[in-house]
Write a protein that binds this ligand. Structure first.
Ligand SMILES: C[S@@+](CC[C@H](N)C(=O)[O-])C[C@H]1O[C@@H](n2cnc3c(N)ncnc32)[C@H](O)[C@@H]1O
Length: 320
């Protein structure tokens, strides 16, 4: 790959001030420990470092080796980068002697440098190898998976993660075609999907849903999100903040339900003789959901679908 084949590989950070403000890195909290679960190109991380005190720490994660390479250029003793999923947060923190964190940020999904690089295979807009792995050093590429998965599994992935009603037809088309030639490029896959999808959604390429679905599956995005949220919350100190930006309804539903489960605890039958002090207490308070302003969306159309949710942990003992 020559540099000329790589378009502008910058990432415009979404909800930069809103997300970092929500971590509340002020007063004594400026010397706390923060986690950026999705370093990307470090937009949020750099802003967090600006607000951190001299004794503060920021531990960032990313699965992508190119994100890691960028992170390694940050010369700041308060900063550390981990090349792994935020789903391994507990082990990574324990290895660094960190028992509790004051804030965790997750800016989910893929970055512009990933989607705009044809060689990564995330986009049907460019022709490239059908890879789609965030972490190119391990795991199975989309092409490898599509070469061997059975029709029902392919259909289920595309239906569940793409909410695509032509999932079965797409799976059948893929399985029929791979008997003739390997499906190894984004253009091949996009053409097969377009052939199988019989209706068109206004302003949407017919391959959008299938590419999203396969990407989510290949990177185990929803499973890792569920694990990461739980682990982040478990490590959180009192008044710790959890801030999550999601970009599609499947992610946002998981975040919303997770946060609600910490803020609204089931109450026992009112007729039972239980004293008020013995009633289960909420572990967190929710903050209002935030979406990018019109001005941000106008400047960065990729911010359009972003939704930010955050909570403050108010009780630590009850979840131990
Ligand atoms: C939207 S970008 C983050 C952009 C970043 N906030 C910035 O301002 O540059 C998402 C990044 O998270 C990474 N990522 C997604 N899921 C991850 C996970 N489970 N663990 C670690 N990194 C993940 C992707 O590789 C990508 O680099």
């Amino acid at each position: 790959m020559t540099l000329q084949s790589v378009p502008d590989l910058q990432h415009r950070t979404v909800l930069l001030d809103e997300a970092v403000d929500a971590l509340a890195i002020t007063g004594a909290r400026a010397d706390g420990v923060y986690v950026d679960g999705t370093f990307g190109r470090g937009g949020h991380s750099r802003k967090i470092l600006e607000r951190l005190g001299a004794r503060g720490r920021l531990i960032a994660f990313d699965k992508d080796p190119l994100a890691i390479a960028t992170a390694q250029t940050i010369a700041d003793t308060r900063f550390a980068i981990v090349h792994d999923s935020f789903a391994t947060l507990d082990q990574a923190l324990a290895a660094r002697g960190v028992a509790q964190v004051d804030g965790v940020l997750m800016d989910l999904g893929i970055s512009s440098p990933q989607v705009d690089d044809a060689a990564r295979g995330f986009s049907f807009r460019f022709d490239g190898p059908l890879d789609m792995r965030m972490d190119t050093t391990r795991g199975v590429s989309a092409a490898e998976w599509l070469a061997t998965a059975d029709e029902q599994t392919i259909a289920k992935v595309i239906r569940d993660y793409g909410e695509e009603r032509f999932a079965l037809q797409i799976a059948k088309t893929i399985v029929a075609r791979r008997a003739v030639e390997p499906i190894s490029t984004t253009r091949q896959l996009a053409a097969l999907v377009a052939q199988a999808v019989k209706t068109r959604e206004k302003g949407k390429d017919p391959a959008t849903r299938s590419f999203q679905a396969i990407r989510i599956f290949i990177n185990q995005e929803l499973e890792e999100l569920e694990i990461g949220l739980e682990k982040a919350f478990r490590q959180m100190a009192q008044h710790g903040r959890l801030v999550v930006i999601s970009f599609h309804s499947l992610e946002d539903r998981i975040v919303k339900q997770f946060m609600a489960s910490k803020a609204h605890v089931p109450q026992p039958d009112r007729r039972l003789p239980i004293r008020a002090v013995d009633l289960p207490q909420p572990l967190a308070t929710l903050h209002p959901r935030i979406k990018p302003s019109d001005a941000e969306v106008a400047a960065n159309p990729r911010a359009r679908s972003a939704v930010m949710r955050s909570l403050e942990r108010i009780s630590v003992e009850a979840a131990a």
